[in-house]
Design a protein around this ligand. Structure first.
Ligand code: CO
Length: 193
């Protein structure tokens, strides 16, 4: 398992609801947590590891020692957004090094299943709310570059062009599969959800 970078098609692919919690899923969640910590992230969504499933892992403190800050979400839904909008700097493990301001709701109420299949509800504010919104967006193929303001979008243009060039060169060298092949693999994985 590895983190895919923009413009990998998995990042734009709408993820599918999970219908069962089994050992494969538990294994995926554990591997995603390890990758997230390795890359010093606060959250990671399954589409970022080319799995088209509605699964997120997060640690609101970004600290592997703080297990109480760790959160796994299966089929998460934001059921309420409130408290107005807050603008703050945001990054994404699929866009290493690119930070821009993004406006997010200050508070969200979310509902998700944990790895034991238990439904839970959580009210999150500030940074945890930002992480939830960023990660749930990933499941719908929505990226933080879509939510940057005009100025942020303009200053990100060079970096995005560079990500695209690197990606296409890696594809030309055969290090990354062709987009049609990736789409085919995603469809195949979806059927296992
Ligand atoms: Co992200």
């Amino acid at each position: 398992m590895k983190i895919v970078q923009y413009p990998h098609p998995s990042l734009r692919h709408k993820a599918k609801d999970l219908t069962a919690i089994d050992d494969t899923l538990r294994h995926h969640a554990r591997e995603m947590l390890e990758l997230m910590y390795e890359h010093k992230g606060l959250g990671l969504a399954a589409p970022q590891v080319a799995l088209p499933y509605r699964l997120l892992v997060m640690n609101f403190a970004g600290d592997p020692e703080k297990k109480e800050q760790e959160c796994i979400a299966i089929n998460p839904v934001i059921i309420e957004r409130k408290g107005g909008m807050v603008e703050s700097s945001e990054g994404c493990l699929s866009f290493p090094g690119l930070y821009q301001n993004v406006r997010r709701h200050k508070t969200v109420i979310v509902r998700a299943y944990d790895l034991d299949g238990k439904l839970y509800e959580m009210t999150a504010s500030d940074l945890p709310a930002r992480i939830w919104q960023h990660e749930v967006d990933h499941l719908d193929g929505v990226l933080y570059i879509d939510k940057m303001g005009i100025v942020g979008k303009m200053s990100a243009r060079g970096a995005l062009k560079e990500f695209e060039d690197i990606y296409h060169k890696a594809q030309e060298r055969g290090e990354i599969a062709a987009n049609e092949e990736i789409e085919r693999m995603l469809k195949e994985l979806e059927e296992k959800a």
